[in-house]
Design a protein around this ligand. Structure first.
Ligand SMILES: [Fe+2]
Length: 343
């Protein structure tokens, strides 16, 4: 590959004239933005260990009352992107949120799409456009772009969840904003995972009409996902046990930006993930094991940890237990890559 001229090759007087007219020569920067064959990636492989994080999150509860924080969140920032930019991957933001008993997060809505994965605690509810979504370990609760949502916590212990948003993407698009509103009143008794969307392959037809809302299902109970993976394990002895979360009305990904999935690793299983363009994050619901990216050292993980890995890499994930399965929820940028034709 031929080396290109550098900025320093150009006379200072010429560079000054370019700057004055808001011009930049492409050739000194071209290899950086358009490298040959493999893109440059800032996303680093790392594990945000829950056992190290949790005490700091609980301490935040003592240090900062909810009125002063509005959202009491420690952001899982990938240092490759610069900590202040609050990116786990190019377009995924992740944060661990703490809500103490009796606290509420006021009603609001925003342009970024959000999912929360419940890590610990019971008794919290997120109300989304009038639909009360109970929050249990491993559940995915969706608050899609523009939908009103508020959190309340009537349980007796702290609740912790993982927020996953397409905030960095919305911010880059200069489209990230939020507003607050009056408290919601619930319009349903229970979220739609209990009845309308309780069975795979079946959707409701009230008044003989299919639902026309963008995100008809807002809560994906972990108990059902886990049972599905276990059932698949009974019937497929050696195939990877992987599901993807979809909109039950359309079959499309939950959001246009971020795709969500779940995997089960059999006891002792090592799973090479097909090489893909997208960066990926892994949240460990159950189990312990290791993650290896290309020829780097393996990273150990255990229950409630959250990991990131860049795209264009060989990722291998292993279950360290020879007796118990491991369960992992994933989030990646695959829907966006597919839309752009680069997946
Ligand atoms: Fe929100």
């Amino acid at each position: 590959m031929q080396s290109l001229g550098t900025l320093e090759d150009l006379p200072q007087s010429y560079r000054d004239k370019l700057t004055e007219l808001n011009l930049v020569p492409l050739w000194p920067n071209m290899r950086a933005v358009l490298p040959h064959k493999v893109p440059s990636r800032k996303t680093q492989t790392l594990n945000w260990r829950f056992d190290k994080l949790r005490p700091l999150l609980i301490e935040a509860g003592d240090l900062t009352p909810i009125e002063k924080a509005e959202r009491r969140v420690l952001v899982l920032a990938n240092p490759g992107h610069g900590l202040a930019n609050m990116q786990a991957t190019p377009s995924i933001y992740m944060g661990l949120q703490l809500i103490l008993p009796g606290e509420t997060a006021p009603n609001h809505r925003h342009t970024p799409n959000a999912v929360r994965i419940i890590i610990e605690g019971k008794g919290a509810t997120t109300i989304v456009n009038g639909e009360p979504c109970i929050m249990e370990r491993g559940d995915l609760i969706l608050t899609p772009s523009g939908k009103w949502h508020q959190h309340q916590h009537d349980g007796g212990t702290a609740i912790v969840w993982l927020d996953i948003l397409d905030l960095p993407l919305m911010y880059q698009l200069e489209s990230s904003w939020a507003i607050e509103g009056k408290p919601q009143t619930t319009t349903l008794e229970r979220d739609k995972s209990f009845a309308e969307y309780s069975a795979a392959g079946v959707v409701p037809e009230f008044d003989f009409q299919r639902a026309s809302v963008d995100s008809p299902m807002l809560r994906y109970p972990w108990t059902k996902t886990r049972a599905c993976l276990l059932e698949m394990a009974q019937h497929y002895g050696d195939r990877p046990l992987r599901i993807t979360y979809v909109n039950p009305e359309t079959g499309s990904s939950l959001f246009p930006s971020i795709g969500f999935g779940a995997m089960m690793l059999r006891p002792g299983e090592t799973l090479p993930i097909p090489k893909r363009t997208t960066a990926c994050v892994f949240h460990i619901v159950e189990g312990q094991g290791s993650l290896k990216v290309d020829t780097n050292d393996s990273i150990h993980w255990t229950e409630k940890d959250t990991l990131s890995a860049p795209g264009y890499t060989e990722i291998t994930i292993s279950n360290a237990s020879t007796t118990e399965p491991a369960f992992i929820i994933t989030a990646d940028e695959a829907p966006l890559h597919r839309y752009l034709g680069i997946f």
